[in-house]
Design a protein around this ligand. Structure first.
Ligand code: BDR
Ligand code: CA
Length: 304
C-alpha cells in the first residue's frame, strides 16, 4: 500500500521537484500540500505551488495556504533568484479556503493522521503554530522527514541552513515536541549531487511531469554552476521525499539536536551531539549518508 504523505513547501525549484516526485511515485500517496513563506514571500510560494500542481497534472491534490512569516524575527533576506516566480504557466487553480494550520490539526487528529508522514521542506512555521494550538499533534504524526539543518556546515551562514535560519523559533518548537524526526541536512543533500547529464536523462523520460521537473532541475543545477563554481547542483528537497519513498536510502544516526536561538554567529544552527558523549536525550535521526545512484533511480522511477 502506498505511504500517505503531506508535504509542507516554500516552493522554489527543488520543492517543485519534490512535489512532482511525491505526486507521481507509485510508493506514495500525496494527500495534501501545505505552503509556507521561505524561498520567497508566501504569495509567491503559494502561486509557485499551484503552478507546479497544475503543470504536473496533480489538480486532485489540495493545497493549503499557511504562515506569512516567521514566528519572531524577520527571515533572512531572499536573493532575487529565490524570489522569482517559477517559469511555469499561470493557473486558475486555487488553494483551499481552510488554512494550513487548521487542516493539519483536523487531519492529524483524524483517523488517517497516524498513517501519514509529514514532510516539511521549508521553514517549520506551519507545524510550530499547529503544535502551539494542538500539542497532541506530537503523538499523532508518526514521523517527520524534513529537509533542513546540518550537523556540520551551513549554506546561509557558516553555521545555519536556510530552512532553519528562516524560523529558528519554529524549528525549536518542532524539534523539542517529541515527534520522531528524520533530518535530511546539507551533508546528505551534498552527497546526492545532480549533474546536467543526469538532468538531461530525466527529461528524456518524456512524461509531462518529468519534462517540468527536468527544466526546473536544470535551472537549479545551473545556479550552482554559476554561483558556487562547481559542476553539479543539489536538489535539496527531493532528498527528503526520496527518503520517505525508501527509508533505507539514507543512513541515519540518532542524536540530540538542539536549535541555536541566540548566538550572534550561530543563530539557526542545528546543534547536534555528534559524539553522543553528552548524555542528552536523542530526538532526531540525523541523515549522514545517502546512496546517490539509488536516489537518481528513485527520481527516474517516480517521474516515469
Ligand atoms: C533549503 O532552502 C530552500 O532554499 C530550499 O528549497 C531547501 O528547502 C535548502 O537550504
Ligand atoms: Ca524548500
Amino acid at each position: 500500500m502506498a505511504q500517505k504523505v503531506i508535504l509542507d513547501v516554500d516552493t522554489g525549484g527543488d520543492d517543485a521537484v519534490a512535489i512532482l516526485l511525491a505526486g507521481h511515485h507509485p510508493a506514495l500517496e500525496l494527500v495534501a500540500v501545505t505552503v509556507t513563506h521561505g524561498n520567497a514571500p508566501l504569495s509567491v510560494t503559494l502561486d509557485n505551488t499551484l503552478r507546479v500542481i497544475a503543470a504536473g497534472q496533480l489538480g486532485h491534490v489540495p493545497v493549503y495556504s499557511g504562515a506569512l512569516t516567521a514566528l519572531v524575527n524577520p527571515p533572512p533576506p531572499m536573493n532575487s533568484d529565490q524570489r522569482a516566480i517559477l517559469p511555469l504557466p499561470a493557473t486558475d487553480l486555487q488553494p483551499q479556503t481552510e488554512r494550513a494550520v487548521d487542516f493539519l490539526i483536523r487531519y492529524y487528529m483524524g483517523p488517517l493522521g497516524p498513517d501519514t508522514v509529514y514532510a516539511p521542506i521549508g521553514p517549520l512555521t506551519n507545524l510550530a503554530l499547529a503544535l502551539r494550538i494542538e500539542p497532541r499533534l506530537a503523538t499523532r504524526i508518526p514521523r517527520l522527514v524534513t529537509m533542513g539543518g546540518a550537523y556540520l556546515e551551513g549554506n546561509t551562514t557558516p553555521s545555519a541552513e536556510f530552512n532553519i535560519l528562516a524560523d529558528p523559533e519554529a524549528a525549536h518548537i518542532v524539534y523539542s515536541a517529541g515527534i520522531p524526526i528524520t533530518m535530511i541536512g546539507l551533508e546528505v543533500t551534498a552527497q546526492a549531487y545532480v549533474s546536467l547529464d543526469n538532468v538531461a536523462k530525466i527529461g528524456q523520460i518524456g512524461s509531462p511531469w518529468a519534462i517540468v521537473a527536468a527544466s526546473l532541475m536544470e535551472r537549479d543545477v545551473r545556479w550552482f554552476i554559476n554561483h558556487r563554481h562547481v559542476e553539479r547542483g543539489q536538489i535539496y528537497d527531493a532528498c527528503a521525499i526520496a527518503t520517505v519513498i525508501d527509508p533505507a536510502l539514507t543512513r541515519t544516526k540518532p542524536m540530540h539536536v538542539g536549535i541555536e536561538l541566540r548566538g550572534e554567529l550561530t543563530r539557526g544552527r542545528t546543534v547536534a551531539d555528534i559524539s553522543g558523549h553528552h548524555a542528552l536525550p536523542v530526538n532526531v535521526d540525523v541523515g549522514v549518508a545517502i546512496d546517490r545512484m539509488r536516489f537518481l533511480e528513485i527520481i527516474r522511477a517516480g517521474l516515469s
